[in-house]
Ligand binder design. Structure first.
Ligand SMILES: [Zn+2]
Length: 295
């Protein structure tokens, strides 16, 4: 682990976030007890028959354990076959499920999520379903060709609509998420139209993290020359049968639905802004430090 990421984890733990249970052994934050071995004595220990002294490995000589990555396929063997990638960090922390591609023409979301499947994280788990409605993604169209609107397949307290809805829901449920984040894009801008672009819908448990995240986006990512593009947020106040509502209602996960705008914004910038949102949110949640410079 790099120095910058140690600092990140210590800061997250001190802030009392979800990652506060993380073991911070070696970070020197919690006791004055020596760990160098050489200063430890035990006069009652029996000597070995060979007379050889035993050596104690120092923790600093042990390389940091690597994250575990599990790649598998949902709906395997069908036209809806789509990847799921689970990344488990060696440090404890929250579990975040990241979904892209429920709407296939919303490129920023599924491209940003696809990139996240290759990330290294610092704590907790990141579960990514980058192209949830892969037939819609491959057709670059909003609607799934067989099941229609893939983000209306999740009625509360009822079975999901379609085999795809069931497979996605079972994967989210099995992940036991603390957070579920669903990435979208929109033709307009929420603050000036009926469209949802440049906006984050979130549950109450993600309000503070969303505030910190969009303050960063508005200060560092959205150009000063485009004030109308500043991100806003609000509670999830619609009754659509969306994944983020079902995950909050039935699993108790805190959830967010992110919408970048497509209005006069090229695809690469949509991807970049969506990626910046995910990176900052994961940083705030204590899963992955944004500063990877020492990696
Ligand atoms: Zn959408």
């Amino acid at each position: 682990m790099t120095r910058s990421r140690r600092h990140f984890l210590r800061a997250v733990g001190a802030a009392g976030g979800v990652g506060a249970m993380t073991s911070l052994t070696g970070c020197g934050a919690d006791s004055g007890q020596s760990t160098d071995g050489a200063s430890r004595t035990n006069g009652t220990a029996p000597e070995t028959s060979t007379g050889e002294s035993t050596t104690t490995e120092t923790t600093t000589a042990t390389p940091a354990p690597e994250q575990a990555v599990d790649r598998r396929l949902l709906m395997e063997g069908t036209d809806d076959e789509t990847p799921l990638v689970r990344i488990d960090a060696p440090e404890a922390g929250p579990t975040v499920v990241l979904v892209g591609g429920l709407h296939g023409d919303e490129v920023g979301g599924w491209r940003a999520a696809t990139a996240a499947t290759e990330w290294t994280i610092d704590a907790g788990s990141l579960v990514v379903i980058p192209k949830a409605a892969i037939r819609a993604v491959e057709a670059r169209q909003r609607m799934h060709p067989e099941w229609g609107n893939a983000n209306r397949m999740f009625p509360l307290d009822a079975e999901p609509r379609s085999p795809l809805g069931t497979a996605l829901w079972e994967a989210v449920e099995a992940s036991d998420p603390d957070y579920v984040v669903d990435l979208h894009s929109s033709k307009g801008i929420y603050s000036e139209s009926a469209y949802y672009g440049q906006h984050v819908f979130r549950t109450e448990g993600l309000a503070a993290a969303t505030t910190e995240t969009i303050e960063y986006l508005n200060a560092e990512v959205v150009p000063d020359s485009r004030p109308a593009y500043e991100f806003t947020q609000a509670p999830i106040d619609v009754d659509y049968e969306m994944l983020v509502r079902k995950a909050n209602h039935e699993l108790g996960a805190e959830t967010a639905l992110f919408e970048v705008t497509e209005k006069n914004l090229d695809t690469e910038t949509q991807v970049a802004w969506t990626t910046a949102y995910v990176e900052k949110l994961l940083d705030v949640l204590g899963v992955r430090a944004m500063d990877r410079s020492e990696e």
